[in-house]
Every structure is written in C-alpha cells, then in structure tokens.
Write a protein that binds this ligand. Structure first.
Ligand code: GDG
Length: 472
C-alpha cells in the first residue's frame, strides 16, 4: 500500500503527555497504518533558517520539518496567509489587504517547501496537501519533477466569486490549484463557489458533470469531503479525563451551576466578542439566571500569533471584565475567559460536563469543536449545542439550536432555550446529531479523500499514456 505524505503549513509533532487535537488525530490515523510522512513548518523561527530538514519518528510516522526566517514568518505567514487569504476566504473584506511583496514571499515559501519535500518522496507516495497556505504547492512540486498523486483539502471556506475577485492574483492561484489531481472542500457551498470561479475564468465547458475541471492540459477532480471526528475516541477521552484533577476542579468550582462552554482558537472569525455580548444580553434579560450559570470560554493562542491578536484579546478582556463587573457576586464569576491550552482529553471531559456548548463563529469551514461537543456528551443526559448557521458543521447538524452569530438577541434567547430544554428533546436532538457524526466520521473523511485521489491520479496517468500512444 502506498505511503501517505501529509503536507501542512504547521506540523504538530506529538509530545509525550499531551493529547493532540482533532485534525492531528485524523491525519495520524491516515498515515500510521501505511507508515506516513508529515512535512511542514516546525513552528520555530531561525534567523539563518537553512534548507536543513529536521526529521524525527514518532508512533510509526516520520515528521520532517523546516524553520522559517523572520522574513518568511512576517511576509508569508502573517502577511499573505493570515492578512490576505484568511480574511478574504472568511468574508472579512475590511481586514483584508494585498501586498505584492507578501504574495511573492508566499510563492517563494511554496517553492521552498516543494524543493525540500521532493527530496523526501518515494516513487509510490500519495501526497495530501492541507489548506490555504499551500494552494500553489502542486504546481511547484510538478516543476520540481514530481509525478505523484497530489491532492489538496481546503479546511476553510472557499469564497463566492464576488469576494474572491477582490484578490488581484485570484486567477493565478486558481490556475495553480488545477495542478492538483484532486481539490476537496468542506461543503457543497464551497465546492460550488470554486466551480463558479472556474466557470467565470474558463467558461462552462471547463467543467464536466462529474466535477472534473479541464483547462488546457490540466485535469483536476473536485469534490466535497466534510471533515468528521472520531466519535468513540472522543467518548473514551472524555470518560478517561473526567476523574482527573483538572475536570474535578472545574466541576467543584461550578458549585452546582449550569456550565456554558466555548472552546475556540483565539481568532476574530470565531465570533467571540459577539458571543460575550450575547451572554451579557442573556444575563440582562433573564435575571433569574444570575448566579445559576457560568460561562467558560477557552481560547488558546499560539506563540507566533500573540502580536497579531493583541487587539481582539484586549477587546475580549474588556468585555469579560465589564460583564463580571456588572453581574458578579461575592461567590460568583459569570464569565471565565482563559487564554490557556488544555490537553485534548481534558477539553472533552469539560465538554461532557457542560449542559450547553456555545459555538458561534462568524464564518467557519467546518468547526470541529461543534462535532466534538456532540460526540463527548452522555447520550442519557446530553447537553445542547448552540451552533452558528455560518459554520460548515451547521449543514450536517440541523438538530443543533442554530443561531445567526451576529444576532445578539437571538443568541441570548437560544441560551435560555438550551438551558430550559426538556430531557426528551435533548435526547432526540443528540441522537440525530450523533448518527450524522457516526455516518461521516474521521476515518470516512480520510478514506474517501485518499481513494478519490488515487483514482483521479490513475485517470491522469491513463490520459498521459494515451496521449503518448497517439503521438507515437
Ligand atoms: C480549521 C478550520 C475546520 C482547541 N483548543 C484546544 C484544542 N483545540 C482543538 C479543538 C479542535 C481544534 O483545536 C479546533 O478545530 P476547529 O475546527 O474548531 O477550528 P480551526 O483551528 O479554525 O480549524 C475549521 C478545521 O480546520 C478542520 O478542518 O473545522 O473550520 O478553520 O479539535 O478541540 N486542543 C487542545 N488544547 C486546546 O486548548 N489540545
């Protein structure tokens, strides 16, 4: 069986004693059975980052990482990735900017990744590239001589054409994406947006009924592959960590109050400011809830993002401070906001103990936390998921309490409804959601993507062979 080579901007090398997050677990599962390789940025900055690749082996998987120079971090990562593509693809045009130099750095880092990666590849490898940081990687790998099956999965939304057109180089990027054998999206909505952009650039004739895009000699299969979670694994994590010190301290600190839980990477797309204000509105309009609920928001932030997120941190600290100042009592803190990272199993145990999961991004490709919250629940007495309609996950989880994350009153009312929901209704909603999660779990996600990728590459190879025969 061929080896799976995963490529992502950031590689998370598992460390002893830490529980990795959802995506890491999924990728590791896809790679472990076949002895995989994971290539990308180490997370380290080095003034003299040379081309040296650091290689370590953990749990049957090889991790090959490179460092970034401060210039690459600033122009490629903070610049084009996080200042251009991330806001544009999440429809935050007000935060979006375009700088030629940063785009050049983006192309250069992709070229450097390709150059380093191609040296690590074996003939039968299947290359699976992840996310918006690496849209032109297949193009660069082909130029570096790779003929491997290469697929791209976009974890974040793909924007509608009218937003996409704000990017001066959108046509160049789309053209580069057609060098993949397979381009996969989280939802049908993202896939359609991509095909609309293709049609705009190359006409309806570029797309066949089965989602293949043909432009010149390029042939890219496209498809929708919503990412899932490991339902049984999460149940196991939650049960294992529940008796542990961290979870017990949380439960004791609640003093019997109902817990509302939010877990998000600290980012403006996650709608945290709007969520805090909705909780404030809920306390204002439901005074009977004072001292009976507590909202805990966990929002870890990575070292390299500290500066970029200073403004949102300030706003969240101020809002949390105002809410606590307004409503707190001698024995009650209404909102606890933690910029702290917890082991994944501890998070799952926290979620299992929360009657309400509040997941209200302003825009999200999928949102794994929503799925993890559902998977972590006790089916006999499940908590209620409040979920943004603007998260990809909402399409698979219509039995959640769906809210518009910009609607402060609507979210406050959903909180009230969730906290009051009768057990029978909670069980019904949970049963329908858990069934959807089991139908499309993390194994289904990587299994379907990799099968489709191999097939797409075979079709390309057959096409190339036929062309050679014709020419002869
Ligand atoms: C992108 C897309 C898409 C969170 N805090 C801690 C921690 N986490 C884990 C969660 C979850 C993961 O991180 C976050 O996943 P999300 O899906 O919510 O969000 P993004 O990071 O924005 O991911 C998104 C995803 O890719 C996958 O395709 O769903 O739409 O934006 O697994 O549990 N894990 C640990 N400590 C924490 O403090 N260990």
């Amino acid at each position: 069986m061929s080896r799976v080579v995963a490529v992502s901007n950031r590689v998370s090398v598992p460390r002893r004693g830490t529980a990795p997050g959802g995506l890491t677990v999924g990728l590791m599962a896809a790679m472990k059975s076949r002895g995989g390789l994971w290539f990308g940025w180490s997370g380290e900055i080095d003034d003299n980052a040379t081309s040296a690749v650091k290689v370590v082996r953990r749990g049957g998987v090889t991790f090959a990482t490179v460092d970034f120079t401060p210039d690459e971090l600033q122009k490629y990562y903070q610049g084009f990735c996080n200042g251009t593509l991330w806001p544009l693809f999440h429809y935050f045009l007000g935060d979006f900017h375009f700088v030629d130099e940063q785009f050049d750095a983006y192309m250069a880092v992709n070229q450097r990744f390709a150059r380093e990666l191609v040296r690590q590849l074996q003939p039968d490898d299947v290359v699976w590239v992840h996310d918006y940081h690496l849209l032109p990687l297949a193009q660069q790998l082909r130029q570096a001589g790779s003929d491997h099956p290469i697929g791209l999965f976009l974890h974040i939304p793909f924007p509608q054409l009218e937003s996409l057109r704000a990017l001066p180089v959108y046509d160049e990027l789309l053209c580069a994406m057609l060098e993949y054998d397979l381009v996969g999206f989280q939802t049908d909505r993202d896939l359609k947006a991509f095909l609309t952009a293709v049609e705009h650039l190359w006409g309806p004739g570029a797309i066949t009924a089965d989602g293949v895009v043909r432009v010149g000699t390029h042939r890219a299969q496209t498809g929708c592959f919503p990412i899932g979670v490991d339902v049984e694994g999460i149940q196991g994590e939650a049960l294992k960590a529940a008796p542990g010190e961290a979870c017990q301290r949380l439960i004791q600190g609640m003093l019997g109050r109902q817990l509302i839980m939010g877990v998000d990477r600290l980012d403006y797309s996650k709608g945290l400011c709007e969520r805090f204000r909705a909780y404030e509105r809920f306390l204002e309009t439901h005074p009977d809830s004072l001292n009976r609920v507590s909202f805990i928001q966990i929002a870890p932030l990575s070292r390299s993002d500290v500066q970029a997120y200073a403004a949102i941190r300030r706003e969240l600290e101020q809002t949390a401070g105002r809410i606590n100042g307004r409503f707190a009592d001698t024995d009650w803190t209404p909102i606890r906001y933690l910029n702290k990272n917890f082991p994944h199993d501890v998070l799952m145990a926290f979620m299992r103990n929360a009657p309400v999961g509040l997941v209200t991004p302003l825009r999200d490709g999928m949102n794994l936390v929503a799925k993890e919250f559902v998977a972590a629940q006790n089916a006999e007495d499940p908590g209620v998921l409040i979920l943004s309609t603007l998260a990809g996950a909402a399409l698979e989880l219509p039995a959640a309490l769906l809210v518009n994350p910009y609607d402060c009153n609507g979210m406050a009312e959903a909180l009230q409804q969730a906290l009051q929901m009768p057990l029978a209704e909670r069980r019904d909603r949970h049963a329908s959601m858990i069934e959807a999660l089991r139908r499309n779990d993390i194994d289904a996600w990587h299994g379907r993507f990799l099968d489709c990728l191999r097939e797409a590459a075979q079709v390309r190879h057959r096409g190339t062979a036929a062309l050679r025969t014709d020419a002869a």
